[in-house]
Ligand binder design. Structure first.
Ligand code: NAP
Length: 322
């Protein structure tokens, strides 16, 4: 008797659970530059997300190991691919059926150690002359062979956008940089040779942004200010357009990588099919208030009438158009 009651209960529970609505399956999101400092934060938060799961693209085996260690993922969720050698016609296993792609790749300027030594040796003379002791602008940078902004930030991003289109990705989130409206921004001078060639990282990033906008895919282009390695969620956000933040006086000029990663993930849930491009920095939390979440800040921005302009010039008094 007892046996049949237990059997009946088990049967009822089994039938009921098979009739209960199942949560929709998680959506696959490709994260490129996934071993980078912002990329791995995006990857890790998607790994913990209820609605999404990430597949990371990393440049080398060494980067794959770094990501596995940091995010605690397994090798199955990683593809190794140098985006400067990426042919969108290549078949890369594991990327099919992805809903979105978050691009976090970037050329990385390397410090020329000789220029650092020179700048240090100048400190006593600068002090005697009453100048600033250490002049950061005297430091020189270079890019590794074949890994310059034109190759990584332009052609590499174009290849990623083409790949996204080819495999049916609907939404591309691109982490770019603030300062793109100003051809004379200091960042453009990094890695430039004596003849004035090379560098131009913001110029190449902006060109890739225009390519994405014209691709027909849904896009979210994020231009962070200076990036900081500090916890996220402690400060509010300021979102604006056309480098207005750089042109205005006062306020913060930086944002934590954690908060940029939160904006990337928020773009997947808050944009509702709407494409957008914006600049972002952190902002002080108003007294007695609470910081907005990235999703709230992004929704507020989308409801504003601010539109990022990709016209040649947007209000700088020096230099030419891009
Ligand atoms: P990061 O740590 O420098 O990461 C860049 C990633 O790109 C690395 O993981 C690197 O791979 C990957 N990568 C480079 N070349 C590649 C290639 N050919 N193929 C595949 N992957 C490649 O990035 P971050 O400092 O967090 O910056 C994130 C974004 O914000 C970048 O676009 C950056 O320009 C922009 N940004 C930075 C600042 C700032 O203050 N630093 C300010 C505003 C905007 P490996 O790990 O293998 O090297």
């Amino acid at each position: 008797m007892l046996k049949s009651i237990v059997f009946l209960c088990i049967s009822i529970v089994t039938v009921a659970s098979s009739l209960a609505p199942r949560p929709p399956p998680k959506q696959k999101v490709i994260v490129t530059g996934a071993a980078g400092r912002t990329g791995n934060l995006v990857f890790s938060s998607l790994l913990k997300h209820n609605d999404f799961y990430p597949v990371g693209i990393v440049r080398t085996e060494k980067s794959a190991k770094k990501l596995i260690k940091k995010a605690g993922c397994n090798l199955e969720s990683i593809c190794i691919c140098d985006v400067t050698a990426l042919d969108p016609n290549d078949k890369i296993g594991g990327l099919e059926d992805s809903e979105a792609m978050i691009i976090c790749t970037s050329a990385v300027p390397k410090l020329n150690k000789k220029s650092l030594l020179k700048a240090f040796l100048k400190v006593p003379i600068n002090l005697i002359k009453g100048n600033k002791a250490f002049n950061f602008r005297e430091l020189q940078f270079y890019y590794n062979q074949g890994q310059n902004p034109e190759k990584v930030d332009y052609y590499g991003q174009i290849a990623q956008i083409d790949l996204a289109k080819k495999i049916g990705v609907k939404h591309v989130v691109l982490v770019s940089s603030m300062g793109g409206t100003n051809p004379n921004d200091f960042l453009n001078t990094l890695g430039r040779d004596k003849d004035g060639n090379g560098g131009d990282i913001l110029k190449w990033k902006r060109k890739a942004e225009k390519y994405l906008i014209n691709s027909g895919l849904q896009y979210t282009i994020i231009h962070p200010g200076g990036l900081k390695d500090a916890p996220g969620g402690e400060l509010d956000f300021r979102l604006d357009v056309n480098d207005n933040i750089q042109k205005s006086s006062g306020g913060m000029r930086s944002i934590t990588r954690c908060d940029v990663a939160k904006l990337c993930v928020a773009a997947l849930t808050a944009c509702n099919g709407q494409s957008t491009s914006f600049d972002c920095v952190n902002a002080e939390v108003p007294e007695g208030g609470k910081p907005r979440t990235a999703e709230m800040a992004l929704k507020d921005f989308l409801q504003s009438d601010k539109v990022y302009s990709y016209e040649e010039r947007t209000g700088f008094s020096d230099g030419g158009g891009i």
